[in-house]
Design a protein around this ligand. Sequence first.
Ligand code: GUN
Length: 282
Amino acid sequence: MVLLDGARLSKEIKEQIRHEAAQLKERRGITPTLSVILVGDDPASHTYVKMKERACKEVGFHSIVHTMPADITQNDIEETITSMNQDPNVDGILVQLPLPPHIDTTRILELIDPAKDVDGFHPYNFGRLVQGLETFAPCTPLGVMELLRAYGIDPKGLDACVVGASNIVGKPMAALLLNAFASVDVCHIYTKDLQSHTKRADLLVVGVGKPKLIGPEMVKEGAIVIDIGINRLPDGRLVGDVDFEGVSQKASYITPVPGGVGPMTIAMLLTNTIKAARKRRG
Ligand code: GUN
């Protein structure tokens, strides 16, 4: 069994981006800039945004975080996004999700300039992704593809199973794998017999948010297993959606949690941000 070490790979990617950012600064006077909107006080969202800020600092990007109270109006968020769209110094815009229930998230995401949409959540970019066109792909599934590539795993011809069909993870993951010529099976809460799907998969990708959803009995011998889940147990431990101890006995490759997909998500946010800076500024 080989551990897919996202922590190590993300460090290498960040080192490369730091180098490229220094060159952009030196040759063109450009500092890639990420502008973040964080609404309310969900502790996990605050943690993620802090990690994103720290990562920007590490590679020499500029980041601006707009923290807003949970009772902010739709209009106030929209005005902030409009001003970010118009600001020539802002390369990437990220609205941390979830937003409070009184906010229309779709309208917010659709307002972001697709050229600054480093999360890849705008329907324009998502549509381009599904069509296999050049785009910004969402960071978590993009990080999974990069992890596979770094370990020499080509999805072409594999039977892939994606468990979870969210707009942020499962659907774009399925599109990226299909674009890479895997045969993709997408499962969700209404799937009748989950195990009959997961057990067939050469490549199993799970992003649901349920500890131990996937046990060893659900996994094919020799499968590649990617665990996108990040769950905090009552005792404080972080675990994924896969029963690591059991499944790692059967898998050929497996991601740990933490230290697998999580760090890759942040590395891909930086990748998308420097790409946006280059594209926008010519
Ligand atoms: N909430 C959970 N994951 C993400 C993500 O990748 N981006 C944003 N903006 N919000 C999230």
